[in-house]
Design a protein around this ligand. Structure first.
Ligand code: NAP
Length: 216
């Protein structure tokens, strides 16, 4: 059955890939973007653009934007050039706001693109502040009561898809194409609810890796 998926951060590099994969197989996909100039890129991928700034909007506006979805995916991020304040307002609070929006609509399924090393107890500025914000977001998602899955990629690349991953340990990289394909598999596998996993390039086909997560 076709899914209805709302992606926060819809013009992101992973998000556009994910949206394109879902739309190509017939799912309904909404992408939340803050820059209207990005709308045509979404449409070209088969994704409905919804203009909404995740930091400037309140939870009720976000709730209206995702109403009717079967699942929400948080794939937004302030980016490496951002200061500590936006790591809080975007990477942490944006994810928390999406939790509230999902709950307001009784949307059970919540998938978040987190990061390897995300840790709410990380100390320091810069990258530590990023890992802290991502860890705090993950903690809030875990405490949400939703059917969540937390995906923690290693360093992202634009290398061609390898199609094979590992989810247990490793400090390697992962092509964004493989992250997007893994997110599709996670959305297709409700039994991954409750799983938090690392994602780096490896030897296991994505479908098998996700099936193992569901079984464990
Ligand atoms: N880089 C890495 O190696 C790495 C590793 C592990 C995890 N991650 C995580 O993976 C995430 C996704 O990666 P990616 O490469 O797809 O990131 P990306 O291309 O930077 O996408 C992030 C998206 O978030 C959007 N965004 C930022 N602030 C927003 C706001 N206030 N409202 C709505 N949208 C907003 C951006 O839109 P604009 O274009 O309007 O700014 C952008 O489209 C990253 O954000 C990061 O948290 C990254």
């Amino acid at each position: 059955m076709a899914l209805d998926v709302a992606i926060a951060g819809g013009h992101g590099q992973i998000a556009l890939r994910l949206g394109g994969l879902l739309a190509a197989r017939g799912d309904r996909v909404r992408g939340l973007i803050r820059n209207p100039d990005h709308a045509d890129d979404l449409r070209a991928a088969g994704v409905e653009p919804v203009v909404l700034d995740l930091e400037a909007s309140d939870a009720s506006a976000l709730a209206a934007a995702v109403a009717g979805a079967d699942a929400v995916v948080f794939a937004a991020g302030a980016g490496p050039g951002s200061g500590e304040a936006r790591k809080s307002t975007m990477d942490r609070d944006g994810a928390v706001k999406l939790v509230e929006a999902a709950k307001a609509n009784a949307i059970e399924r919540y998938v978040i693109v987190s990061s390897r090393g995300a840790d709410s107890s990380a100390q320091g500025d810069g990258f530590a502040a990023y890992l802290r914000a991502k860890g705090e977001a993950d903690d809030a998602v875990r405490a949400s009561g939703l059917a969540w899955t937390i995906v923690r990629p290693g360093a992202l690349t634009n290398a061609p898809a390898g199609g094979r991953v590992r989810t247990d340990t490793g400090d390697g990289e992962i092509p964004r194409d493989d992250v997007a394909a893994t997110l599709v598999a996670v959305l297709d596998t409700p039994a991954t609810a409750g799983a938090t996993f690392l994602l780096v390039a490896g030897e296991t086909p994505i479908a098998d890796a996700v099936a193992r997560l569901a079984a464990s």
